[in-house]
Design a protein around this ligand. Structure first.
Ligand SMILES: Nc1ncnc2c1ncn2[C@@H]1O[C@H](COP(=O)(O)OP(=O)(O)OP(=O)(O)O)[C@@H](O)[C@H]1O
Ligand SMILES: [Mg+2]
Length: 261
């Protein structure tokens, strides 16, 4: 059964000229329990909006959000969300930022600091516990934001372009970390990416969103072997075949947006 669902969701935002901009129109999306799903699509097509609706941060004009079949309004309790613009609190040290979600859930100080320290080590941030966010590189800030969410073992993890600003090596290391985390915890993951290699290497299913107003135009089951590591799969002939197919459809969507089709 679907764990997380968007049913016929339409979202509009007021524009400065007084008109309404339709970001999503009749969007259906479902993610099964334990599934790893990647969402791709042109810039501005509504991917972040779809995650924001699921996270209860944007209210749809029509349609529903369902969790395990039940309609939900507002914030879903079991979701850890790393949004595209996620920022660390500038007045807190990196350690206290990583420990924040645990603090909000009432984890005692000593325990949460120990857990935050261990997670920081896993994310390659050891030695920066007492630094402030402004003293970190862009990629380090992103890693700290990921650590903060992982600290509370969310049953559902939603990530919006989590590895975007990272260098290729760090990116691949973290992608493999996410794969191990998913394999060992059985959590459900939905993430947005512009990187097709990242979408295919990690996911069970890639979902292509149309030009705005966004809706799901096509889904691609990723039948690559598991357990996977990015380096082991990205040169497989099947991988290349999937990448070409998704790339072609994405180009068609982009051309449609430019009015060529
Ligand atoms: N809070 C908001 N207020 C007004 N307009 C918004 C708001 N959030 C998103 N939009 C508009 O909705 C559309 C979809 O935006 P969204 O951020 O979901 O796109 P996206 O697919 O995530 O793009 P990208 O890949 O560039 O991150 C855009 O035209 C954007 O300007
Ligand atoms: Mg976005």
């Amino acid at each position: 059964m679907a764990l997380l669902e968007l049913n016929n969701v339409t979202v509009s935002f007021p524009s400065p000229d007084g008109t309404m901009l339709t970001a999503l129109e009749g969007m259906d999306l479902s993610v099964n329990k334990g599934e790893l799903v990647a969402m791709v699509g042109p810039s501005g097509c509504g991917k972040s909006t779809a995650l924001n609706v699921l996270a209860g941060q944007v209210v749809p004009v029509t349609g529903q959000v369902r969790l395990a079949g039940q309609t939900v309004e507002g914030v879903l309790p079991s979701v850890g969300y790393i949004s595209q613009a996620d920022t660390l609190l500038p007045w807190r040290t990196v350690l206290d930022n990583v420990a924040l979600a645990m603090e909000l859930r009432g984890v005692p100080k000593k325990e949460r600091r120990e857990a935050a320290r261990a997670l920081m080590a896993k994310m390659g941030l050891s030695g920066f516990e007492n630094n402030y966010p402004r003293e970190l590189s862009g990629g380090m800030k992103k890693r700290a934001a990921i650590a903060r969410v992982l600290a509370v073992d969310p049953a559902i993890l939603m990530m919006d372009e989590p590895f975007g600003p990272l260098d290729a090596l760090t990116k691949e290391k973290l992608q493999d970390e996410i794969l191990s985390l998913w394999e060992s915890t059985g959590c459900t993951i939905l993430y947005v990416t512009h990187d097709l290699t990242e979408a295919i290497a990690l996911a069970d299913r890639v979902v292509l969103v149309s030009q705005r107003p966004g809706r799901v135009v096509r889904e691609y089951p990723i039948d690559l072997p598991r357990p996977r590591r990015v380096m082991d799969v990205k040169f497989l002939p099947r991988f290349v075949e999937l990448e070409k197919a998704i790339w072609n459809d994405l180009q068609t969507e982009l051309r449609r947006g430019e009015g060529e089709l």
